[in-house]
Ligand binder design. Structure first.
Ligand code: TRP
Length: 373
């Protein structure tokens, strides 16, 4: 999806993203207070990512909740492309997926697209993506998914069931649809052109494996939506329900403009960053502050454009009163940027430390989570 100043595709997110416009362009629906309330009712509380609008749009989430309430089996599906180390941006949909799994007590299929990253990235070898996959899987397990209900698989090692499902999908997708949806060209390699069928396959893998009637919900960042458009078109042709989806915004990069990006390491906090590295990145982050402390006190800062505030708001400060106070106080000139940066750096350091401990423990339970042929 392209407009004058931003691009959002499964491979590229650039510029200031206008989420209202994306809702229209992608043909998804805004997450209304009514749906959020339905989630709250089942979960017994609201995840901070919902309360603060990081998850902002959906496809047929109401129908998915209806299914659950009627006793139709529901499952979750999400994924990760192993092209590098995990950063905070990747974690957003995973944290939310865990919240949904806990609330709805359902199975989760977690796809690792080692094939995708090999095919789309000229620099990556199969060995490198396998290594990233191994590392990423530890981060995924560390999020705390239910080992009894979570099935993690990589496309290159769980190929037989996935390929069986993917060919059934592929038969219903023309090259012209794939080109229009993903921008493929004459010079795209043929693996890339088939790949969307591999990402669609897990939408139907539970049905394939068990013959049960299930309703799938995909929590992910909005850039993955083009895959689900194809999956939803094909679903009825294969006799399956259309997958529902719930979509997040991107966490901004620490610089000004753009999302957190692994290819620009200073814009991203990696889960492997030391406390000191993370603190340095936060310290250099873009804020809404004035050039001098005197001006900051006189004119106040601008939390609406401040990346540090947006991290506190979107994820790191769950206390509604505290964030409201930060916002007001910043605007009134009562806060200087160093204070907010310090607060954020402390929260990030705490989070990273806990994550690392959970990741260490995850090393002993990988086999429990992995689907093998
Ligand atoms: N294509 C995604 C990526 O590059 C990985 C992925 C596969 C995915 N299946 C998914 C993401 C389902 C979200 C939901 O990261």
């Amino acid at each position: 999806m392209e407009n004058s100043d931003s691009i959002v595709t499964p491979w590229e997110v650039r510029g200031e993203v206008d989420y209202k416009e994306l809702i229209e362009k992608f043909g998804v629906d805004p997450l209304t207070p009514e749906i959020v309330e339905r989630l709250r009712k089942h979960a017994g509380g609201l995840h901070v990512l919902l309360r603060r609008g990081m998850f902002f749009s959906h496809r047929e989430l109401n129908e998915w909740i209806d299914s659950y309430e009627k006793g139709v089996k529901v499952v979750l599906y999400t994924g990760r492309g192993p092209s590098g180390n995990t950063h905070l941006g990747h974690l957003i949909p995973w944290l939310f997926t865990k919240y949904l799994q806990d609330a709805f007590k359902c199975d989760l299929y977690f796809q690792i697209t080692d094939d995708e990253k090999f095919l789309f990235n000229p620099e990556l070898s199969t060995e490198q993506v396998a290594e990233y996959a191994k590392e990423n899987i530890l981060d995924i397990i560390a999020v705390g998914f239910d080992p009894e209900r979570t099935k993690i698989f990589t496309n290159l090692t769980y190929s037989k069931p996935l390929y069986n499902m993917a060919v059934r999908v592929a038969k219903h997708v023309t090259f012209s649809t794939a080109k229009a949806t993903f921008g493929f060209s004459e010079s795209s390699n043929i693996g890339m052109i088939f790949f969307p069928a591999m990402q669609a396959a897990p939408c139907f893998i539970h049905q394939y494996l068990t013959s049960e009637d299930v309703h799938v919900l995909i929590p992910c960042a909005i850039d993955q939506e083009p895959y689900w458009r194809i999956s939803r078109d094909v679903a009825p042709k294969l006799g399956y329900r259309k997958p529902a989806g719930v979509y997040s915004k991107f966490i901004p990069g620490l610089g000004s403009g753009g999302k957190m990006s692994a290819s620009l390491p200073d814009t991203a906090i990696f889960l492997s960053d030391t406390k000191e590295e993370a603190a340095r990145k936060v310290k250099n982050a873009f804020t809404g502050g004035q050039p001098t402390i005197r001006e900051q006190k006189e004119k106040g800062g601008n939390p609406d454009v401040c990346v540090v505030y947006s991290y506190l708001y979107s994820l790191f400060d769950e206390d509604d009163k505290a964030v409201a106070e930060t916002y007001a106080s910043c605007k009134a000139g009562g806060l200087i940027c160093g204070e907010c940066k310090e607060r954020l750096a402390r929260k990030v350091a705490e989070f990273l430390e806990e994550h690392r401990a959970r990741r260490e423990r995850a090393k002993g339970s990988v086999e429990k989570f992995l689907l093998r042929e």
